[in-house]
Structures are given as C-alpha cells and as structure tokens.
Design a binder for this molecule. Structure first.
Ligand code: NAP
Length: 291
C-alpha cells in the first residue's frame, strides 16, 4: 500500500509500544484506515519493554507524535507517564491509547469501549444489566470499568483466590461500587454454586481468561450446558480460535455468542477516533483482516 509518495515531511506518526509487537494487527488496521480516508499518518510498531518506556515516551513527545498505543507489558506503567487520564484509564490503572496534544499526554483505555461496542453490535444491552465475568486480569478490568461507566447494574467477577490480581480487583470492585451506580463484587471462581447462580441472574457472561485459547483449545471454565439458558449472551475475549469450546457449548445451549475479534477491532477504532477525530472505516478492515 505504501508508495514512494506515501510518507512525506508532513506525515504524522502514530505507533504501538510493547514487547513483543511484531505479530500485531494494529499497523495493518490503522494504516489501511489512514489510506482509505487519505489521512497523512503512518502507524509503526516499536519493541519497547517497561524499563525503557519512560525514555521512549519522552522521545515520542519530543518529536511531536500524534499518539500511540500500549500493549503488554506497558499498559500499567503508562499511567504514571500521562498528564491526564480518562475515567476508564483511571479506574483500571491501565492505559492502552495516548493522545499527544502539544506535549500534554492524555491517557485512555479503549479496550473496554471496544468490548462494549462489540457487545452492542450483537444486540446486548449494558445499562441496567447484571454481568458475570471470568478472570480478573487487564482485559477483565477494562470490561468491568467500561460496563460500569455505561450503566451496568451489577458485575460479578470470578477469579482464583490465588490470583496475582485478587487484591487489585478487590480495590477495583470497591471503587466501581462507590464511584458509579454499579455494584461490583469479586468472588471465588472455585465456588461453583455461587458462579452458577450468578450466571442464572446475568444477561451476559464473559470469559476474560486465556482458558480455551490456542493451542489448548479443548478447555473451558464452564462445561455444563445446563448452566446456560437461551436468554444469556456468552462472550469470549479470545479470538484464536474464533469459536472456543465455551462458545461451542453456549451456542449448543441456544445462547447468543461472540468472540474477541470485535473488541480488538473496536478498541483500535476508538483509538483512531481519538487521534484523528474521524470514524475508522471498519467494514473493509474487518473484511480484510478480521474475517
Ligand atoms: P491477564 O492480565 O494475564 O489475566 C488473565 C486472567 O485469567 C487472570 O485473572 C488469570 O488468573 C486468569 N486465568 C488464567 N488461566 C486461568 C485458569 N486456568 N483458570 C482460571 N483463571 C485463569 O490477561 P488479559 O490481558 O486480561 O487477557 C485475558 C484474555 O483476554 C486472553 O485470552 C487474551 O488473549 C484476551 N484478550 C483479548 C483482547 C481482545 O481485543 N479481544 C484484548 C485483551 C485480552 P490468575 O491470576 O489466577 O492466573
């Protein structure tokens, strides 16, 4: 797609900072969108580990980068390096998108917004609903924070009590319950009666663990189809494979289902909007890279 005239002295820079980054779909998605909308920007990937993040960010600021994304392991460290945080970034303590406005860095977390847009596209309501989430890592926190900000009535998040995220998630649950209208509780994943009851009371169940992800595709945290009714929507944040074992069980039980591809696409679309003020042309990008 690049031609010898594509990059000029005026071309603005956007990029991804993380490690590893070479596998990322983000440059394909953003560069295609810039091209389709004739926007004079380019998106590159830089392999930057957490200890070099402050230097990398200072350098990007000095050269007037328009904005950048953060991926593992940099999302938490970036919080300290921003001048302002969006409500979702402040709640989660994680930044995946930065906008540079004349040297002032605005940190956002678009992962949750990406998930909510994908859920709404599948006909899910968030406002007023009860949601059950499996796993308490970065993706789960982003989904919880955005769902709470978008008016979810209750969130029950189930994690292993040994989880390295347990204390952090307890803190998130307290903040969400006191700072938003949503009541969020952290519960023990091993307490199967409580989990089954929570799923029965929910309109949306979200797997935010890597259980079921390639290459270990035979696994699912929920195996009994009797736990799932046709009124429930089941989402898996995993997109490889496209249909996890959980989604197969849920589809067989008559549930609506969706995988993590929509979240991946729409977190990028939200970052694109923050940098350019324009809507990403998602249909051709989805067709080319997210089928
Ligand atoms: P993370 O920060 O490492 O968190 C993973 C969570 O899953 C932790 O709570 C972990 O619990 C739990 N977990 C892992 N193995 C488990 C098991 N066998 N049984 C029960 N719980 C288990 O990872 P993340 O970034 O949140 O990502 C989670 C999933 O979402 C991954 O599959 C990732 O690919 C996907 N994701 C998708 C998108 C998208 O755009 N679609 C974006 C981000 C992430 P412990 O702390 O107890 O180990």
């Amino acid at each position: 797609m690049l031609t010898e005239q594509s990059i000029t002295g005026h071309t603005g820079l956007t990029c991804l900072l993380g490690s590893p980054v070479a596998h990322s779909l983000s440059p394909l998605m953003h560069n295609m969108a810039f091209h389709l909308l004739s926007l004079d920007y380019v998106y590159l990937c830089f392999d930057v580990k957490e200890d070099r993040l402050p230097d990398a960010v200072a350098g990007l600021k000095a050269i007037g980068v328009r904005g950048f994304n953060l991926t593992m392991p940099n999302k938490n460290k970036m919080v300290e390096l921003c001048d302002h945080l969006s409500p979702a970034a402040a709640l989660t303590g994680a930044v995946n998108t930065v906008v540079n406005e004349n040297g002032i860095l605005y940190g956002h977390n678009t992962d949750g917004a990406g998930f909510i847009r994908a859920a709404k596209e599948k006909g899910c309501q968030i406002a007023g609903q009860t949601i059950t989430i499996l796993g308490a890592g970065g993706a789960a926190s982003a989904v919880c924070a955005q769902a709470a900000l978008d008016g979810a009535a209750a969130i029950r998040i189930f994690a292993r009590t040994s989880s390295r995220f347990y204390a952090r998630t307890e803190n998130l649950a307290q903040r969400i319950s006191s700072e938003t209208a949503c009541q969020m509780r952290l519960l023990d994943l091993a307490d199967t009666d409580v989990l089954r009851q929570s799923i029965a009371e929910s309109s949306l169940l979200v797997n935010a663990t890597p259980v079921g992800m390639a290459p270990d595709t035979a696994h699912s945290l929920i195996t009994d189809p009797a736990w799932l009714t046709s009124e429930l929507t089941v989402a898996d944040l995993i997109y490889n494979p496209r249909k996890t074992r959980l989604l197969q069980i849920a589809a067989d039980a008559g549930c609506h289902t969706f995988n993590g591809l929509g979240m991946l696409l729409y977190q990028g679309a939200e970052a694109f909007r923050l940098w350019t003020g324009q809507d990403m042309p998602v249909a051709p990008i989805r067709e080319k890279y997210f089928a």
